[in-house]
Design a protein around this ligand. Structure first.
Ligand code: GLC
Length: 488
């Protein structure tokens, strides 16, 4: 930006668009994605690649602006990267997965794509969220273009099916949620989120809903029909929904119930189903922190485990996807409003709250210097979350809150050159190792603004209620009631 240019809303937006255009990745002459960051001042590592989860923010703003070609190219090319055969080598990605990221490489003068399924990534983390985001984005493309034909193509039907198969495969545990390793989503470093982390459960739910809309049931000419997989989705969706609504929910009433839980209950009559020991929870802090009319979905639920940290992506996407009930959604927004300083502060918004500190930080993160308390994934502030907050605000009719976040962010983001994340309890420090010109920061800001100006774009990512009969069928969750899906 020229030195004396005054920062008006228009030129902040113009600047953001210029930076977004610059991040576009071309493959064989066609735009196919955006790089994670365009920052010459630090070593690129893998930030010069197109990350699937990061591209979703860019893709949505491109769809809104009618630039559907880049999104279509991305969906087609990433589908080609999906392994289609069962793999015997345990070090190779499983059938159905979508990579975390990819880049264009040139060999003998020819371009081709090189995918990373975690085999190159720091700590070799598994990107479970990529395949879920891929389905969610495909459905957004279909909603934006009103054209189902891409999803109905046999290769796309097969791609969706393979993703659902890997998610619904037979496994060891009997919860309707997905059991995953640590660092399998946006938080892609060890942060104590192995097990059944909220973020992945919510994306799983959205992906199942999206797949349900797009999978062709009846067999026809080029497609075998998907009755079996659709039946498996219909079985899982209501169970997953009621499991999350019931067992992840925390508000003052629920905290009271948990506070007086008995433990070591055996058999069918158990109330404390997961044998949560109340002393493992920061109940006195929560007693003070929970507003009377606020609540949120916990970070993780498992055997003797209730992670009471607030995770923004999971909670916001739960509102957007209709996984949270109407009352729960309002309560989450109340919590954010009442605990604004903690969750929004001077840069929207905290990826999670509170930070892991002292011994807990050392043990849980493995002394990760990037995730020191109040930095990066450990309660840092991530502007990309602004668009999800804006969408959740539209869905709950609380747009005033989202407008406030845009006001807070706009001047700083462009002045600070669109950092990846911020540090500190209030988010006033540019992230210690943050990249500048981080694409999802730029796209997240543009998208949040766009959703405020045009709330009717919400259906790109949102869902309506699951039919009530589906929920009541699954109201009483019983371990073991999830029917395994047996692939063909
Ligand atoms: C970091 C983030 C991850 C993101 C990637 C590219 O690894 O933790 O969520 O996808 O950077 O921006």
């Amino acid at each position: 930006m020229p030195i004396n240019e005054v920062l008006t809303d228009e030129n902040i937006e113009e600047q953001a668009w210029r930076a977004l255009e610059k991040s576009i990745l071309y493959y064989q002459g066609r735009p196919i994605g955006t790089v994670a960051a365009y920052d010459d001042s630090v070593e690129a590592l893998n930030y010069d690649q197109c990350f699937v989860r990061d591209f979703v923010s860019s893709a949505l703003i491109f769809l809104i602006k009618g630039r559907t070609d880049i999104v279509r190219n991305f969906l087609e090319e990433t589908l080609k990267l999906q392994p289609k055969e069962r793999e015997l080598d345990a070090y190779k990605p499983g059938r159905g997965l979508i990579p975390a990221s990819f880049k264009v490489v040139v060999e003998n003068g020819e371009e081709h794509l090189e995918a990373d399924f975690g085999e190159h990534a720091i700590a070799r983390v598994t990107p479970v969220d990529s395949c879920l985001w891929w389905i969610i984005l495909l459905r957004a493309y279909v909603v934006a273009t009103k054209d189902y034909s891409i999803a109905y193509q046999p290769d796309f039907q097969n791609g969706i099916r393979l993703i659902i198969e890997i998610c619904l495969a037979n496994r060891f545990d009997m919860y309707p949620t997905l059991l995953v390793p640590d660092g399998a989503c946006m938080i892609d470093r060890r942060m104590g989120i192995y097990g059944h982390p909220l973020e992945l459960q919510v994306l799983f739910y959205s992906a199942l809903r999206a797949a349900r809309e797009m999978l062709v049931c009846k067999a026809h000419q080029d497609c075998k029909g998907n009755q079996d997989v659709v039946a498996a989705i219909d079985n899982r969706l209501p169970l997953l929904c009621s499991h999350i609504r019931q067992h992840y929910w925390i508000d003052i009433n629920r905290l009271n119930a948990i506070y007086r839980f008995r433990s070591e209950e055996y058999g069918k009559g158990a109330v404390n189903l997961f044998n949560i020991y109340v002393d493992s929870l920061p109940y006195y802090e929560l007693d003070k922190w929970l507003p009377r009319k606020g609540g949120y979905l916990a970070g993780n639920v498992g055997p003797s485990q209730l992670d009471t940290r607030f995770f923004a992506l999971g909670n916001l996407m739960a509102i957007i996807s209709d996984l949270a009930t109407e009352d729960q959604s309002q309560a989450i927004m109340n919590l954010i409003e009442e605990r604004w300083d903690d969750l929004v502060g001077d840069m929207p918004m905290k990826i999670c709250f509170p930070a892991l500190e002292s011994e807990e930080y050392r043990i849980v993160t493995g002394c990760d210097p990037k995730n020191i308390p109040w930095s990066y994934h450990n309660a840092g502030s991530w502007p990309v979350l602004m668009w999800m907050f804006a969408a959740a605000a539209v869905k709950t009719n609380r747009t005033g809150l989202a407008r406030r976040t845009i006001e807070i962010a706009k001047a700083r983001l462009s002045e600070d050159e669109w950092p990846e994340y911020y540090d500190g309890k209030k988010g006033r420090l540019i992230g210690k190792q943050a990249r500048k010109y981080q694409t999802w920061t730029i796209a997240g800001f543009l998208l949040a603004k766009e959703l405020m100006d045009n709330p009717n774009y919400l259906p790109l990512v949102s869902f309506d209620e699951l039919p009530p009969e589906a929920i009541s069928r699954a109201c009483e969750f019983e371990v073991g009631s999830v029917e395994p899906y047996i692939p063909r």
